[in-house]
Design a protein around this ligand. Sequence first.
Ligand code: SF4
Length: 303
Amino acid sequence: MAAQSKIEWTDSTFNPWVGCTKVARPGGAASACDFCYAEGWAKRSGQVKWGNNPRRRTTDAYWKKPLSWNAQAQDFQRVHGRRQRVFCASLADVFDNQADPHWRADLFALIRQCDQLDWQLLTKRPQNIRKMLPGDWGEGYANVWLGTTTEDGRAYRQRAAHLLKLPAQVHFISYEPALGPIGGLEVDGRAPDWVIIGGESGVRADRIRHTHPQWARDAIAECRRVGAAPFLKQWGNYENNPFVVEQGLSIEDAKRLDPPGNGKGGGILDGRLWREFPVGAPVVNAKGRRAKNAVEGRTVPAW
Ligand code: SF4
């Protein structure tokens, strides 16, 4: 729960509460929840019991953090040339039906108040979003990006169908861990604005679920076709790295060419990093005014 996140695609994380239940997939298909990072954190910290147990709201003092980031937004803008991004939530799911609806109402009030921050709400329960959005959601708050996780093409078609129907300034997909090809990004004529791609990290060697470089290459090509911004976060493990998988180099050689600083397991594909963000919504504030540094165009490189 950090002011400065190590996650490559955000700046800060905020958890209004902690605790969650794993989301199973039809037919027992491999799920992104199988090796949930947050469950491991919960065991280590003892702060909450994972699964169908009460969620724990975080402290009032912690809830003040976004207010202080919001108050310092001009400083952030001066240093970074853009608005601060906040990933909500890394140790819970905003659209979890076991979370107290009053907490969610408080969260949306906070999001409205912190209109100088771009809030990235990522869920594995996109079917719940519509009924859990606040009454004044309208065409989507200008400072909220709505996203869902998909592991493969089947999950994409099911979850993106829910997500893309909803009004939002930015629709995004976290294709991480990528456990199979994602296929076409258009669903019912709609496509996301941003696709994060990544291999699974942090699991024991005997549990590694592989991401093939070609799946990422195909997803990036699809992003280009539909005008989405691709963000290849990491390979997760050097056993997924294209220098190893496609060029037959040793892991040690791959580490030299694509060091862990590029993401866990490296992050280079076809000679470059792919780290783009959607632009458009992020350049307006919650009152709809365009920011002074508005960048025109579909995507901008992250460096
Ligand atoms: S939805 Fe996220 S936090 Fe909840 S169990 Fe799955 S991976 Fe963990």
